[in-house]
Design a protein around this ligand. Sequence first.
Ligand SMILES: Nc1ncnc2c1ncn2[C@@H]1O[C@H](COP(=O)(O)OP(=O)(O)OP(=O)(O)O)[C@@H](O)[C@H]1O
Ligand SMILES: [Mg+2]
Length: 284
Amino acid sequence: MSSALECHNARKVFYVKRERKNGSILSRLFARLIPKYKMVEAVDRLTFHVEPGEIFGILGPNGSGKSTLIRLISTLLLPDEGCITVFGHDVVKERFQVRKLINRVSVDAAFFKGLSAMENLSYTARLYDLDKGAWQDTAADILERLGLKTDKLHEPLEDLSRGMQQKIAVARALLTRPLLLLLDEPTTGLDPVSKKEVQDFVLEERALRGTTVVLTTHDMQEADRLCDRIAIIDYGRFVAMDTPGGLKSQVSPNGEDVTLEEVFFALTGKRLKDNGKPENGDVR
Ligand SMILES: Nc1ncnc2c1ncn2[C@@H]1O[C@H](COP(=O)(O)OP(=O)(O)OP(=O)(O)O)[C@@H](O)[C@H]1O
Ligand SMILES: [Mg+2]
């Protein structure tokens, strides 16, 4: 069987306008000699694969390229170089086939905020042409497993907490029964109970359906708990890729008890705070 996801030398570059500070005439003249745009290698020639049914974690500080990589896989961005396939389908040449196989949850999921959860899910069901009778049962099952109270499902989404909205985003992504689920920081900002409910749900979905999951996170415990393998990304490059145990033993060959947090620091020289921001600010 082919891999669920294959990336070969995937690269994405952005050109970002430089900030020009007001200063003396001389410094402004000097600034004109510097190009207006600087190049950011958001994803820097990444090569890796993910097996069917695997939960693959991508762990990295702010601006390290996690979301860009997820957008490339989900056909929302075009790679500048390299090739990405999802269950053998090329994300550029066969993007419509790929879209049928995947779904994505992002940290800032877009909704019709004035509509209720059920109305938003109904919109998704129509968009994906899901069976009328079946989608409501599937949605009810998913929402119950995520611990969402049914009385909240008919209130406008803007009146629900961020945690509830995030769970609805997870439910919406699962409604289409994707073979590859792309989770971009699905639990950032959630309280510990909601976080655990979402994590349990991801593990359950994989166990029930063999769903392949690519998950980005800043949360070391989450990566340790959920992922079969973890890639640590910094400046668009993987600085390490292994099982959680394998990563720990790379840093502590004597078998001392180390945390993934310590592994991350040893490999990147950076520490992550709870909100995901590295202590020395954005990496770029
Ligand atoms: N649309 C864009 N235009 C210009 N630059 C971009 C764009 N999207 C991302 N970047 C830049 O690419 C780099 C990687 O960004 P990306 O959003 O992939 O990082 P991230 O690891 O997801 O960060 P975070 O943890 O904050 O979500 C950053 O330097 C970012 O500023
Ligand atoms: Mg991101």
